[in-house]
Design a binder for this molecule. Structure first.
Ligand code: FES
Length: 80
């Protein structure tokens, strides 16, 4: 998801009926992550994050910024 107010896109995963919305900005030095089905990988220095935003591989040592997600029958709302 892209939003003109955000410098980096948000990646939304759905796992076990629960949505997770993650900033795609690497917490190491700020490169944009490449998302895939099971993780988000940084092209700059190789950090890897789980689809829950947790650090899996260094050099990053902080989890990804997460956004609150609210859903109703038709929509998904992502709060900043
Ligand atoms: Fe992502 Fe360095 S900026 S690993």
């Amino acid at each position: 998801i892209k939003n003109e107010k955000l410098q980096f896109p948000i990646c939304v995963y759905l796992k076990g009926g629960k949505y997770t919305a993650l900033s795609m900005q690497c917490t190491h030095q700020g490169c944009e992550l490449n998302p895939n089905k099971t993780s988000l990988v940084c092209p700059c220095h190789g950090s890897e994050f789980s689809t829950e935003g947790k650090v899996q591989s260094a050099p990053a040592d902080k989890d990804l910024k997460q956004f609150k997600v609210i859903t109703d029958n038709e929509n998904i709302y992502i709060e900043q």
